[in-house]
Every structure is written in structure tokens, then in C-alpha cells.
Ligand binder design. Structure first.
Ligand SMILES: NC(=O)c1ccc[n+]([C@@H]2O[C@H](COP(=O)([O-])OP(=O)(O)OC[C@H]3O[C@@H](n4cnc5c(N)ncnc54)[C@H](O)[C@@H]3O)[C@@H](O)[C@H]2O)c1
Length: 429
């Protein structure tokens, strides 16, 4: 007879915490979730899902009897010895990670020999060892510590939890690391069991590498524009080399989101604080900042100035299939366009509520065609399927101008041109 996997606590029920909780509940654990956001906890208790993440609602519903939500950490402490920490680690003004939420969790956990923190939040390399020192200074040396960085992608987070490319467990070889490995066992993913510092660095280095790949292909796109090559063809030719791989070679208006910008910056600062100047990452960040603004240059070139022009931004979320607006390219674009005097209409299938808190001065439209009504130019900002598959004849009829800037190289240029529109991609002929 097989026994159920052990119960766990999950502290922080955002994109990572909620998916982790639902995933382990689906694997059979009782999961005790804790969040300081009382309104969020109330919603979760009512069966509402506070974020948009495909498949998450069903997963939470199917495993509701094993999921418990509270604002009190005591409930998790009572039932679980492994406490997965998934609180936010946003950037500070200095670019370092803000670990105040992590410290608040550490402070709330009493001394115990049979409990451990499992760090899912992305933290700078060295955090585990400094937290263990804090445990020691506060008489909590018996607490275990495991670094178990998270690699899920918003938009496919449920799938990514169930089918991880790898599971990384960094610890000192004690019971807690073994228990975490056992919990992930049913997923059958390759395991990297290592020390805490190396596990922390795997996460930061992975995000920095992916961001580098994006900035690299964006620079290639910019050179393509000068030389007559087409970056889509170039990326296809490069990506078939399995040393390179096809993923993250799509040129566009740069990366955003809650992870890449802050994690790349945090690694750069971490290196700097340790006495090393990480030159490459400095360039990756700068290329990304400039890439968002290149769209403005394209619009100016075609429209001959932006004052009084009407521009429709199609998509607001930092990528499709999420409502996450953190560091979205649309934030820079809408502000920059308005600064140059343009009138901006925007549409996003799910991120409008989040965007309203961050974007001012724009007209929110209920449909793509409403945003495009009377527009001089359209910019595809987020490649939602609904936007990629727009009826371009209807678009052309709605617009007063004829310029379509494909900020994600996701549209079919021929289909756009066939409707009598001008197609302008990123690095495309
Ligand atoms: N979002 C992603 O795609 C992703 C992927 C991998 C790793 N990460 C990392 O995971 C961590 C969490 O990211 P997220 O996107 O889920 O963040 P989030 O902002 O969506 O969620 C964080 C949650 O923690 C709660 N919280 C804050 N302080 C708390 C405390 N003291 N006690 C209990 N709850 C508290 C907040 O109320 C919020 O609900 C970050 O370190 C992030 O870098 C995120």
C-alpha cells in the first residue's frame, strides 16, 4: 500500500506559490498555504483564483480538499515540517533583491529541529548561508535550509510544474533535502543535488543566460535592418544547430516580466558587490532598454512625428497567457508615445485590470478593433493568439492609417500586406 506524500507549507501564494501548492496537492500532499494578503486568502478560500494562469483554476478545484489557505503561519507550522517559501523578491532602488519578505518569514518561524525552509523565491547567491547565520544568532540553528529554485514560466506554469526540465535541490545533505527530492520524485525530472550556493547560482545564471540570448538576437535583428538580412531566417538557420537551440531566438521589443529584468540586474549587482564587473550583463540590460524604444523610432520614421497621431497598442501583458504586467514593454511604450504627443489606445484580453493601475492617459478598449478604430498605426506588443490571428481586412477598415509594427515578429507579413497595410517587423526584410 502506498502512503501519501508528506504535507507541506507554502508561504506566499502568488504565481509561484499557488502553482507549487496546487502541483503538490495534485501529487497527493496536503498543502497549508499562507499569505499576508488577507483579501487574496479570502478569495482563495471561496475557490476564486486571483491570477490568470491557464489550467490553474481546474487544478486548484480538483485538489481543493487537500488545499488549506490562511493568513496565519501557525497553521502551516502545525501540519508541515517543510515550509516552501515563495514570497516576492522585487528589486530595490540599488538593483539588489529586496529580501524583506524572506526575512519576515524567517522571523516568524520558531526554533525547531524538525522543520526546514525550502527557498523557492529567487534570491542572490549567498542568501542561504546568511539566513543560516541568522538562524544561529537567534537560537534557531536546528532549522533546516534547502534551496530549491523555481523555473516555471508564467503562461505555462502548471505544465512546467508537472514537467520540469530539471529539479535543483541545494542543501547540506540532511533530511530536508532528501524529503524535497522525494516530493519531486513522481515527476521523474533530472535531479541536480548540490550545495546551497550553487543551487542559488543555477537560477540566476539560467535567467541571465536566457536574457542574454534575447538581447543577442535583438542585436542581430538590428544589424539585419542595416544589412538587408531577415532575422527570422537567420534565427531559423542558427537555431537548428543543437549547440544553439531555437528557443529564445525570437527578436522583438525586448524582455520584461517579473523575473528577467530583476534577476539579471540582481546578478549584475551581486557580482559588483563581490568585486567583479559583469560587463556582459551590463550590455544585455542596455540592449533590452534600447530595444523597447526602437519601436518609437520606426513609428516616427513612418508617421513623420508622433504629435497628435493615434497609436493602438495590441497586448499589454509582458507575454501572452498571463495577466502579469510587471516590467511589461507596454509600460515603456505607452509612456514614451504619450511623451511625444501621441494618443494611445490599448487592448489586452486579460491584463486590463492590472494595467489600469500602472498605465495612465490611455484609452482602454474592449476589443482589438475598438483600439484600432481611427488609428494611424498599430503595434503588436504581446503576441496573444487572438491578436496574431486578427482579420487584417477588418483591421485595415478600422484604421485611418496603414502602419502595422510587429513588435514580436509574430504576424504573417504577407497576410498583413495583402490587406493593403504596411508591415514593419523587427529585423525583417
Ligand atoms: N513569477 C514567475 O514566473 C517566477 C518564476 C520563477 C521564480 N520566481 C520567483 O518566485 C518568487 C515569487 O514570485 P511570484 O511571481 O510568485 O510573486 P508574487 O508577487 O506573485 O507573490 C508573492 C506572494 O507573497 C506574499 N507575501 C509577501 N510577504 C509575505 C509574508 N511575509 N508571508 C506570507 N506571504 C507573503 C504576497 O502577498 C504575494 O501573494 C520571487 O522571488 C520570484 O523571483 C517567479
Amino acid at each position: 500500500m502506498s502512503t501519501s506524500p508528506e504535507p507541506i507549507g507554502v508561504i506566499g501564494t502568488g504565481y509561484v506559490g499557488l502553482v507549487t501548492a496546487a502541483g503538490f496537492a495534485a501529487l497527493g500532499s496536503d498543502v497549508w498555504c499562507v499569505d499576508i494578503d488577507a483579501a487574496k486568502v479570502q478569495r482563495l478560500r471561496r475557490g476564486e483564483v486571483p491570477i490568470y494562469e491557464p489550467g490553474l483554476e481546474e487544478m486548484l478545484r480538483d485538489n481543493a480538499q487537500r488545499l488549506h489557505f490562511s493568513t496565519e503561519i501557525g497553521d502551516a507550522l502545525e501540519h508541515a515540517r517543510l515550509l516552501f517559501v515563495a514570497v516576492g523578491t522585487p528589486p530595490t532602488y540599488s538593483g539588489d533583491a529586496d529580501l524583506s519578505a524572506v526575512h519576515a518569514v524567517v522571523d516568524a518561524i520558531p526554533a525547531a529541529h524538525d522543520r526546514a525552509l525550502v527557498m523557492k523565491s529567487t534570491v542572490p547567491c549567498g542568501t542561504g548561508s546568511s539566513l543560516q547565520r541568522v538562524f544561529g544568532e537567534n537560537g534557531k540553528q536546528g532549522l533546516g535550509y534547502v534551496s530549491c529554485p523555481e523555473f516555471l514560466k508564467e503562461g505555462s506554469a502548471v505544465h512546467d510544474f508537472m514537467h520540469p526540465d530539471r529539479v535543483v535541490v541545494g542543501d547540506d545533505g540532511g533530511w530536508a533535502g532528501d524529503a524535497v527530492v522525494e516530493l519531486y520524485g513522481p515527476l521523474g525530472a533530472p535531479l541536480v543535488r548540490t550545495d546551497v550556493a550553487s543551487a542559488e547560482m543555477v537560477k540566476l545564471a539560467s535567467n541571465a543566460f536566457l536574457a542574454t540570448k534575447i538581447s543577442f538576437i535583438n542585436e542581430i535583428a538590428n544589424v539585419c535592418e542595416e544589412t538587408g538580412a531577415d532575422v527570422v531566417e537567420v534565427a531559423r538557420g542558427m537555431g537548428l544547430d543543437d549547440r544553439i537551440g531555437a528557443k529564445f531566438l525570437q527578436a522583438g521589443i525586448g524582455f520584461g516580466g517579473s523575473c528577467f529584468p530583476k534577476d539579471v540586474d540582481a546578478l549584475k549587482q551581486l557580482a559588483g558587490n563581490s568585486g567583479y564587473h559583469f560587463q556582459l550583463l551590463t550590455a544585455v540590460i542596455e540592449v533590452n532598454d534600447l530595444q523597447k524604444r526602437r519601436v518609437i523610432g520606426k513609428l516616427q520614421r513612418h508617421l513623420g512625428g508622433l504629435a497628435g497621431r493615434r497609436v493602438a497598442l495590441l497586448g499589454l501583458a509582458f507575454k501572452p497567457n498571463t495577466d502579469d504586467m510587471r516590467e511589461a514593454s507596454s509600460l515603456v511604450l505607452s509612456a514614451r508615445l504619450q511623451a511625444d504627443g501621441a494618443r494611445v489606445a490599448v487592448y489586452d484580453p486579460v491584463a486590463e485590470e492590472q494595467a489600469r493601475a500602472l498605465v495612465s492617459g490611455v484609452a482602454f478598449a474592449a476589443s482589438p478593433l475598438e483600439a484600432l478604430d481611427g488609428a494611424d498605426a498599430a503595434v503588436l506588443v504581446t503576441e496573444w493568439q487572438e491578436l496574431v490571428e486578427l482579420d487584417w481586412n477588418a483591421v485595415a477598415a478600422a484604421m485611418s492609417g496603414n502602419l502595422v509594427v510587429d513588435g514580436r515578429n509574430a504576424l504573417d507579413p504577407e497576410a498583413v500586406r495583402a490587406a493593403g497595410l504596411i508591415y514593419e517587423g523587427i529585423g525583417r526584410r
